[in-house]
Design a protein around this ligand. Structure first.
Ligand code: NAD
Length: 360
């Protein structure tokens, strides 16, 4: 297959970690007979330096024309970088928000995997972490409380703030469909998280998820209240496969789930629209403290590239091969500094990329 990938290396460690992910994609192409071409684009701080703005129309159009987008991370040191003296709409992060909006990316997918080889970094009790876990949190990204009408005003002499949580059935249906589609490529289980005992928006959420579920008889699904879900995540994370939830619940639960994996350098993510198109990036930031030192952990970006293969290109075997290669490299004891522990072999960012590519 021939595919065109838009590549945004970004700032800080971005260029280092994306280079390693491209190395791994090239090895996949070689082994499985594909042709991946890359178009490198600017966004974030590097775009401010080159173009005066964090995101240009050209970058948006080229991303739209590509089959998928692979991204590193953007931004700099928020205290010392001159980018943060600019107005908010011209800072690096505004580029990312603008790009997500322009590409209609409404579903955020965050896999949270505890590799048995790294279970020492998990803050949970050993009896829980020993089992490992492998879940994917799908968060609705463009609706709900963060995008509802809001105002602060004086009512009867008392300052009052109002935020609105609004979802229509179309918004719920498209994320539910995405969650069941993704579950079909995983262990075929969906947990839909809401607060239906209190919120109208959650009751509609439940009704629509029930309707969508009828089209996926192979997928088992359940509803779970968000407060219970927060507890279950630390009590028995192994029970989850795909979790789908609205914007704010997803914001909080995905950070909780990331925390129990213990390592930011391992966390992949994707944001998708209604088609197979998606933007794939590590969950971490641009890590200015270690940028340019060949020390960063490229595995989150490499695992994001595996998601790109699976969800945008339908290359299941290829995605499995990348994930297996990462697993093998960890089993052989290779670690970057952030996941280093006693008795393991410390490697650089580029050595880690070489090791993973060699395992494929
Ligand atoms: P950060 O995630 O960049 O760094 C937090 C800590 O984690 C640092 O100690 C860093 O060295 C470490 N770390 C992060 N990724 C790592 C990796 N792959 N390998 C090894 N260590 C890693 O968060 P921050 O310091 O709060 O933010 C730095 C910049 O990144 C800011 O400008 C912020 O706005 C931006 N940011 C961008 C994104 C994005 O591009 N999507 C996301 C979050 C933060």
């Amino acid at each position: 297959m021939e595919k065109n990938i838009a590549v945004i290396k970004g700032d800080g460690i971005g260029p280092e970690i994306v280079t390693e992910a491209m190395k791994v994609l090239d090895r996949v192409a070689e082994k499985y007979g594909h042709k991946f071409s890359y178009e490198q684009l600017l966004m974030g701080g590097c775009s401010i330096d080159a173009n005066g703005v964090p995101l240009t129309d050209e970058t948006i159009e080229r991303c739209k024309a590509a089959d998928a987008v692979l991204m590193g991370s953007i931004g700099g040191n928020t205290t010392t970088s001159p980018w943060y003296k600019l107005p908010a709409n011209l800072r690096p992060e505004a580029g990312l928000l603008g790009l997500r909006k322009a590409l209609g990316l409404f579903a955020n997918l965050r896999p949270c995997v505890l590799y048995p080889q790294l279970s020492g970094a998990c803050p949970l009790k050993e009896e829980i972490s020993a089992k490992g876990f492998d879940m994917l949190i799908m968060r609705e990204l463009t609706g709900g409380l963060y995008f509802g009408e809001r105002k602060t005003e004086e009512i009867d002499g008392v300052m009052t703030a109002i935020d609105t949580l609004k979802y229509d059935e179309k918004e719920i249906r498209r994320i539910a469909v995405k969650a069941f589609d993704v579950a079909m490529k995983r262990r075929k289980k969906v947990t839909s998280v809401d607060k239906a005992n209190v919120l109208d928006s959650s009751r509609l959420w439940r009704k629509v998820v029930d309707e969508v579920a009828k089209d996926y008889p192979e997928v088992t699904y359940e509803h779970m209240l968000v407060d219970n879900c927060a507890m279950q995540l630390v009590k028995n994370p192994a029970q989850f496969d795909v979790m789908v939830t609205e914007n704010m619940f997803g914001d909080i639960l995905s950070d909780e789930a990331s925390m129990i994996t213990g390592s930011i350098g391992m966390l992949a993510s994707a944001s998708m629209n209604e088609t197979k198109f998606g933007l794939y990036e590590p969950s971490g930031g641009s890590a200015p403290d270690i940028a340019g030192q060949n020390k960063a952990n490229p595995l989150a970006t490499i695992l994001s590239a595996a998601m790109l293969l699976r969800y945008s290109f339908d290359m299941q075997a290829e995605a499995d091969a990348v994930e297996k290669a990462v697993d093998n490299v960890l089993s052989k004891g290779y670690r970057t500094g952030d996941i280093m522990s006693e008795g393991m072999t410390m490697v650089s960012c580029s050595e880690m990329g070489d090791l993973v590519a060699k395992e494929i």
